[in-house]
Design a protein around this ligand. Structure first.
Ligand SMILES: NC(=O)c1ccc[n+]([C@@H]2O[C@H](COP(=O)([O-])OP(=O)(O)OC[C@H]3O[C@@H](n4cnc5c(N)ncnc54)[C@H](OP(=O)(O)O)[C@@H]3O)[C@@H](O)[C@H]2O)c1
Length: 299
């Protein structure tokens, strides 16, 4: 439920920093993952398909902007984008939606990513500058290598990423789709503590729990950002999930998100064009799952 102009609830970034004014507040206490003096929402908002898929589809702009507007009004403060999404158009629309909402930049946590084909030193610097221009921002909170590339020069990529932090263009660094070996290499190359590895992780997809990445993240204060947490094809056939959702009077997507965010150091970034789904996803941060329920889900 949304109530205009009520007292603010959410903590912002870094912990203890000024709270911004916003038009609406959501009457649930969003859960945060606190890491290195930062409070990061357990549930943020993804932007893949905002503005298009691999190319910009400007005919869809009104729909995309409406989705971003409702997410901002519902109280999402963490947004995940990439130079690759809609060939940069997702970043443009995200920047536009944030400017229109007149939100304090410091109240938001914006992640973007450099594409695997741009991992040379100069290319990383240029990609970040271009993303900032499209977003209309001076810095991103988090900048990730989107995917590893065979034969990439990780040393050179991190030399550029470290410079972005020194220059104040990126506040934190991370990687995405990195296996344990590459993650450990990245931790060694990053001059500031690596904040996240963003990977596919959900009830039906536990690859990164099985390959040791999740345990490594938890042991080393690194966030595991779970992407594709509710993708339809995964949710539809999951009988225990459907049954538990029915028992709890929740949606299967909410159970799937609650299962993720109860795990230490795990945050997630579902995407939805539908304001009802967006609200349900945020509310999932407040759902507790009992031991018997976890067993029912096979945990
Ligand atoms: N780093 C990477 O390589 C990588 C890869 C993939 C994704 N990502 C990031 O992760 C984000 C999320 O992943 P994703 O977009 O692949 O998958 P997702 O968020 O798991 O699934 C999105 C789909 O689920 C539906 N949905 C969302 N919430 C729902 C709800 N409560 N009830 C019913 N349906 C719901 C949406 O449809 P409606 O619009 O109809 O609600 C949409 O079709 C992306 O947007 C992107 O930012 C990163």
């Amino acid at each position: 439920m949304l109530y205009p102009s009520q007292a603010q609830i959410a903590p912002f970034y870094p912990v203890g920093s000024a709270i911004c004014a916003r038009r609406y507040t959501i009457i649930t206490v969003m859960r945060y993952e606190t890491i290195r003096n930062l409070a990061i929402p357990k549930i943020g908002f993804g932007t893949w398909t905002i503005g298009g898929e691999n190319n910009a589809e400007t005919a869809q702009d009104a729909r995309s902007l409406a989705a971003l507007r409702s997410a901002l009004e519902l109280g999402y403060t963490a947004f995940d984008t990439a130079e690759m999404y809609a060939a940069g158009h997702a970043e443009e629309l995200l920047g536009q939606a944030i400017r229109t909402a007149r939100l304090n930049r410091e109240s938001l946590f914006i992640t973007s990513k450099v594409s695997p084909e741009h991992l040379g030193y100069e290319q990383v610097l240029r990609s970040c500058e271009t993303s900032l221009r499209r977003l209309g921002m001076d810095y991103v909170d988090l900048y990730l290598i989107h995917w590893p590339r065979r034969g990439m020069n990780l040393v050179e990529a991190f030399r550029a990423l470290n410079k972005l932090v020194t220059d104040g263009k990126a506040r934190h660094l991370g990687v995405s789709n990195f296996d344990l070996k590459l993650l450990e290499k990245s931790v060694a190359l990053s001059e500031t503590p690596l904040l996240t590895n963003q990977v596919s992780y959900s009830l039906p997809d536990r690859t990164y729990a099985k390959n040791g990445v999740l345990a490594y993240c938890q042991a080393n204060d690194i966030l595991l950002t779970a992407y594709s947490p509710v993708k339809r094809r995964f949710i539809r056939g999951n009988r225990p999930l459907q049954a538990l959702a029915k028992q709890r009077g929740a949606t299967p997507q909410q159970i799937a998100l609650a299962w993720l965010v109860r795990q230490p150091r795990v945050i997630t970034i579902p995407m939805s064009f539908n304001p009802q789904h967006q609200a349900e996803n945020l509310a999932a941060a407040d759902m507790e799952l009992g031991e018997a329920e976890l067993a029912q889900l096979g945990s």
